[in-house]
Ligand binder design. Structure first.
Ligand code: NAD
Ligand code: TYD
Length: 357
């Protein structure tokens, strides 16, 4: 069984690659990644020499390259995670998100369609291994909630940011290829992830990095926006279950029923890091700085993952406090990783987002 995982050098992708490589030694796992600023092979050093793991550097926007790759390897299944993933960057440069998230996804669908229709039913399929195009998406496609309610799989799409608009578009293309060509697809829409290997442009790793360096913690607006946080390894476990058992053509929401306002997340993080860094209680909270709000900032996300829990038996394994504690430990133990990703281009990015905000 040849499984192509796209974006496997990124935050979530690296956890999915690790889980698949370790758990399924009889699959060959191909990790296709362009290694943008967010892709980092240092995320995968523990598995890079495993015999069932292969890395391919490449761009999903390059249709000729993608078609040749699929023709050469005849992948049985695809788990598609490669994307531009940061809302703030999508506000500055929306077109990059159209290229990778929309055109890149359609390139992969076309390439998979051409090998899937030729080879189906393949000997592997007859042996019970099903062909699949698994598209990994976000709950942000559903838009924003007020104080009540939750996103379910039937909530209408209503994306607000260029990032969520590009992900919504890619979801629609995946469903269109199922409905039009019969392509075997599944989609999952997950809430905000946190955990090891998270690039420090997103709220939690950015604040861990800043607390460590005694820098201000920039909270957009009043910090009242609500996100539903899930430990990244629990997301990878959900992807594993959905990959192997979901009904073709279906959609699953993934989330931890774990809603927090941003200010409460950062207060908790400050407390955890006061202890771990040996600082007096309340020291880190003094770093909190309220800054200009994000344009079009979605107020609240909350995801109902009952379908996944009831139909496929998945549930999150970690409480948020425990997961955040483990995450901080990882960053403190991996100082070199953090120093490497925050040098060079990161400094320019940071300045452009925060210095005159
Ligand atoms: P990330 O930004 O950390 O990683 C993205 C990876 O894709 C990087 O390794 C990057 O090099 C690669 N990539 C980008 N453009 C590429 C291209 N043109 N060709 C090949 N590779 C390319 O993102 P992430 O947070 O790991 O998210 C992974 C997926 O999960 C995305 O599709 C995202 O929309 C989705 N998702 C993320 C979250 C979250 O909280 N981070 C939540 C739900 C869904
Ligand atoms: P982020 O981690 O960028 O994820 P997303 O926008 O996909 O939810 O942001 C999480 C929340 O934190 C969101 O409400 C925006 C807010 N935020 C800040 O207040 N300050 C920051 O520096 C960042 C990056 C985000």
């Amino acid at each position: 069984m040849k499984v192509l995982i796209t974006g496997g050098a990124g935050f979530i992708g690296s956890h999915v690659v690790r889980l698949f490589v370790n758990k399924y030694p009889n699959y060959t796992i191909y990790n296709l990644d362009k290694l943008t600023y967010a892709g980092n092979l240092a995320n995968l050093t523990d598995i890079e020499n495993k015999p069932n793991y292969k890395f391919i550097k490449g761009d999903i926007v390059d249709a000729d390259f993608i078609n040749e790759l699929f023709a050469e390897h005849q992948f049985n299944a695809v788990v598609h995670l490669a994307a531009e993933s940061h809302v703030d960057r999508s506000i500055t440069n929306p077109l990059e998100f159209v290229f990778t998230n929309v055109i890149g996804t359609v390139n992969l669908l076309n390439a998979y369609k051409s090998i899937w229709s030729v080879s189906s039913p393949s000997p592997l399929e007859r042996a019970g291994v099903r062909p699949l195009f698994y598209h990994v998406s976000t709950d942000e496609v559903y838009g924003a909630l007020g104080d009540t309610g939750m996103f379910t799989e039937t909530t209408s799409y209503d994306p607000h940011s260029p990032y969520s608009a590009s992900k919504a578009s890619s979801d629609h293309f995946v469903r269109a290829y199922h409905d039009t060509y019969g392509l075997p697809v599944v989609i999952s829409n997950c809430s905000n992830n946190y955990g090891p290997n998270h690039f420090p442009e997103k709220l939690i790793p950015l604040c861990i990095s800043n607390i460590k360096n005694n820098k201000p913690l920039p909270i957009y607006g009043k910090g009242e926006n609500v996100r539903d946080w899930l430990y990244v390894v629990d997301h990878a476990r959900a992807i594993d279950v959905i990959f192997h058992t979901a009904k073709l053509g279906s959609t699953y929401n993934i989330g931890g029923h774990n809603e927090w306002t941003n200010i409460d997340v950062i207060r908790l993080l400050c407390k955890i890091m006061d202890k771990k860094l040996g600082r007096a209680e309340g020291t880190n909270e003094k770093l909190i700085t309220f800054v200009k709000d994000r344009a079009g900032h979605d107020l609240r996300y909350a995801i109902d993952s009952t379908k996944l829990q009831n139909d496929l038996g998945w549930k999150p394994s970690l409480q948020f406090e425990e997961g955040l504690d483990k995450t901080v430990d990882w960053y403190l133990a991996n100082e070199e990783w953090l120093t490497n990703v925050t040098s060079g281009a990161y400094q320019k990015y940071y300045e452009s987002q925060y210095v005159k905000r």
